[in-house]
Design a protein around this ligand. Structure first.
Ligand code: G1P
Length: 296
């Protein structure tokens, strides 16, 4: 069965980006001039997803508006003969069939995914975390979906992280099948460095099967007092083969300020229109900072 539905949890408060997230969903923060969530949805669509369920919360209305038509604005642009821009805005609302459900309390990622149960039904589905952006020739989710197609089991994206970082991630105890593909033996959410079974971290893309739902509903609070998707996946891996794939893609963790700034710089310098000006500015800045360092 092909993976056509995706769940995108976007209910988090975004405390690492306060005060801007007091009134603005972190998923709407821009990488240059495109909101982070747009990249996530584009990746899903380019991977064959046609139906997206956002799990939202209070204060996330801007995401609903972003994927809706903005007829007034389109009219204004058409009037001003800015037809391309008007079309670009219309295209956003046609990217996929989008649905929204609210997570009324911040009970964790596992709880957010469980809210998709009725919508997903008996189909395999993808989960994409809204604060990670992947760039690669083949979309990251498409790489996972192709493993799912050929091996028929749930697949999580993984990446190697440094020792200091293991406590920020779900960490996989994995048996290698190749350099990039692993069979998950066990998983632990945000372990202490000493308890981490490896340096292989779960990245924010998953292809899951509906048998995760009964496990999620039986999962109690775990790390951070929240219902963790990792804990349900751990149970799933005891019942069937779950795979981990290191995708061939560049991962940007835009959920923290440094990752966010890095992604903005990278995307800006790669853009034909503004790239040269940004590179000039950065060259001058670096020279200035380096000489300032010498004179201090
Ligand atoms: C979530 C997952 C974690 C995963 C991480 C990837 O954690 O719970 O297993 O490794 O995303 O970014 P969060 O970053 O939401 O705390």
């Amino acid at each position: 069965m092909r993976v056509e539905k995706a769940v995108i949890p976007v209910a988090g408060f975004g405390t690492r980006f306060l005060p801007v997230t007091k009134t603005q969903p972190k998923e709407m923060l821009p990488i240059v001039d495109v909101p982070v969530i747009h990249y996530v949805v584009e990746e899903a669509v380019a991977s064959g997803i046609s139906d997206i369920l956002f799990v939202t919360s209070r204060g996330k209305r801007a995401i609903e508006d972003y994927f809706d038509r903005s007829v007034d604005l389109e009219c204004l642009l058409e009037h001003a003969e800015k037809h391309q821009m008007a079309k670009a805005l219309r295209d956003i609302s046609n990217l996929a069939d989008v649905h929204f459900i609210r997570q009324k309390e911040p009970l964790g990622l596992g709880h957010a995914v469980l809210l998709a149960r009725r919508h997903v039904g008996n189909d395999p589905f993808a989960v994409l975390l809204g604060d990670e952006v992947f760039c690669g020739q083949t979309p990251c989710l498409a790489q996972l979906a192709s493993i799912f197609d050929s091996l028929g089991g749930p697949v999580v994206a993984a990446q190697r992280v440094s020792k200091q970082e293991v406590s920020n991630y779900g960490i996989v105890d994995a048996r290698p099948l190749s350099d990039f593909l692993f069979e998950v033996q066990d998983l632990v959410e945000k372990p202490r460095v000493l308890d981490a079974p490896s340096d292989l971290a779960v990245a924010g893309r998953y292809v899951l099967t509906p048998d995760i739902f009964p496990l999620l509903s039986a999962t109690g609070p775990g790390s951070g007092g929240e219902i963790q998707l990792t804990d349900a996946l751990r149970q799933l891996a005891r019942k069937r083969t779950v795979y981990a794939l290191i995708p061939s893609a560049e991962r940007h963790d835009v959920g923290n300020p440094v990752g966010f700034i890095k992604a903005n710089i990278l995307f800006a310098v790669r853009r034909g229109d503004i790239g040269p000006a940004v590179i000039d500015f950065m060259r001058d800045l670096l020279i200035h900072e380096a000489t300032r360092g010498q004179t201090v």
